[in-house]
Each structure stands twice: as C-alpha cells, then as structure tokens.
Design a protein around this ligand. Structure first.
Ligand SMILES: C[S@@+](CC[C@H](N)C(=O)[O-])C[C@H]1O[C@@H](n2cnc3c(N)ncnc32)[C@H](O)[C@@H]1O
Length: 273
C-alpha cells in the first residue's frame, strides 16, 4: 500500500509509543475522551481502582481552567494566554473559553507529548480576530518556550501563564521553581500565573499508592507537593482570592450553590505586581 501520510506527520506518529501509558492520553481517558490506547486505559483503570477520585480530580481541574479563563478574560481583561502542558484537545479548551469572551485573544499552547502534537490542529481553530499557536516543547526548557511565543504573544503586554497539572512532572522542586521564575520574569507586571498541582494534603484516598504505581508503569514520573512547596511557586506574586485551595473550590459559581467537594489538587492564581 502506498504511504500517503506527509513526512512531517509520519515523523510525529513514529514518536508515539503505544507500549507504555502516557499522561496526556491517560488524562484524556479519565476525562472520557477517545484519544488513547489500550495501555493507557489499562493503567488509567488500575489507578482509578486504587485512587477512585482521580476522575473527579481531572474534571475539577478542567472546570477550574474554565472558571479561571472566564475570570481573567471577562473580569480582568487578559487577552494573552500561554498554556503549558496543554493536554489533548477536549471540550472548552483555553482559546475557546477566552475567545468567546474576547475574540481578539491570543493563545500559545505548549506540550511535549507527540500525541498532543498529532491532534494540535483542533487547538488551532482561532477566531479570525485572535490567534492560536502550538509549540512542541518541553517545560524543562523555559528559555526555548519564551523564545518561541513571539510573535503570537507580545511579551510587553500581560500574559496569563497557565501550568495546570504539569509542575508535578518536574520532579525536582528547585528546578520547578526556577522554571516558573524564568517564565514569570519574561512577562510584564499585570501578568498572571495559574497553577494546579496534586497533593497528599487534601485527602484523596489511595493517592500515594496510585502515584507509586504510576511511576512504575507509566510516563512521565509524577510527584505530589505540600502546601508549602506549592506556595513557593507563587512567591513574589499577589495571590488572588480565595487563595490556595482545592481547585474544585476556587471561585465556585454561586449559581451552582457555591459548594463543591474537595479534590486532592491545589489550585491558585497569582498576579505579578
Ligand atoms: C495532567 S495533563 C494536564 C492537561 C491540562 N493542562 C489540564 O489541566 O487539563 C499534563 C500535560 O502535561 C504534559 N507534560 C508533562 N510533562 C511535560 C513537559 N516536561 N513539557 C511539556 N509538557 C509536559 C503532558 O503531556 C500532559 O499533556
């Protein structure tokens, strides 16, 4: 059979490993998506067996993303987003939420998983007034990310740097802090840092055992962090109300009763003074 796939796309699909579970694909499985392989579903279901609230964590994290982008775009006038550790396209991606509020909003997505690159077209559906860009890059190299975001983003104007569920894959806390610092140094006053991160301090039965299982059976390795470590990522920033909370409880819409069950995932937003 003749190969009709363009060389660039072949190169991407060759990078996709189907013999080991990958976080972007397992996360997609937990969110009810179809862009995953048998190995991802097997490991994902094992984790769910050990840590039953993981699906709730994934949904709470996505709902937090929606609330934050609506708040930043709608109430605080942010028109540029840098979403690092994007994950596979799903419903209500950052640009869809942001451009519904302000079509001129510009978004750069960054992930290092080839499956996300293979599906990136779904993230590049910008409104004509705005722009979306996808960068295949590693968070361990923030300098490269900073060099690549222009001209889509103007680094002289405020940017919301979103790092949802990704610093937990930077195993060394000092390195994670340094990555955050380099990114926030590159953006001006009035920019924001948006974080979520798993923790063992907010309940979540089976979380520690599930993380050990993950690190033996999947990639990349993950770590939980304490409230103190999480707070250190936001050093020098003004933390928006309601502070550092379970991401499910960050600015819950009063129309939904204003109540939400806690999940074992910190969420917070900091503003660069
Ligand atoms: C838990 S998912 C979170 C997805 C999305 N941010 C959300 O909150 O729904 C983490 C994402 O980070 C990506 N990731 C992990 N390590 C990374 C790294 N070193 N550089 C870039 N992306 C990374 C994974 O491929 C995955 O898509």
């Amino acid at each position: 059979m003749e190969l009709t796939q363009p060389a660039e796309e072949r190169h991407v699909t060759e990078r996709i490993r189907t013999d080991v579970a990958h976080n972007a694909r397992v996360w997609n499985h937990w969110l009810g998506g179809k862009d995953n392989y048998a190995v991802d579903r097997a490991v994902g279901d094992q984790v769910t067996g050990m840590y039953p609230s993981i699906g709730e964590v994934a949904r709470a994290d996505r709902a937090f993303l929606g609330r934050v982008v609506r708040h930043l775009g709608g109430e605080l006038g942010v028109r540029q987003f840098l979403d690092i550790g994007t994950g596979l396209p799903t419903v209500e991606n950052t640009h869809e939420v942001a451009q519904r509020i302000a079509p001129e909003t510009r978004i750069v997505y960054v992930d290092n998983d080839p499956i996300v690159l293979a599906h990136a077209r779904a993230l590049l559906t910008s409104s004509p007034e705005g722009a979306t860009e996808y960068i295949d890059a590693d968070a361990h190299d923030p300098e490269r990310i900073i060099r690549s975001v222009e001209p889509t983003l103007d680094l002289k104007r405020p940017v919301a740097v979103m790092m949802l569920g990704i610093l937990n894959f930077i195993m060394d806390t000092n390195e994670a802090r340094s990555i955050v610092r380099q990114l926030m140094d590159a953006v001006p006053s009035g920019s924001y840092l948006v974080l979520t991160h798993p923790t063992l301090e907010l309940g979540g039965e089976g979380n520690a055992a599930a993380m050990r299982f993950w690190n033996e059976n999947a990639t990349p390795p993950i770590t939980a962090r304490s409230g103190e470590e999480f707070t250190s990522f936001l050093e020098g920033l003004e933390i928006l109300e309601p502070g550092i909370v379970s991401c499910s409880r960050w600015r819950v819409d009063p129309a939904t009763g204003g109540e939400a069950a806690q999940v074992a995932q910190f969420g917070a937003v900091g503003r660069k003074p």
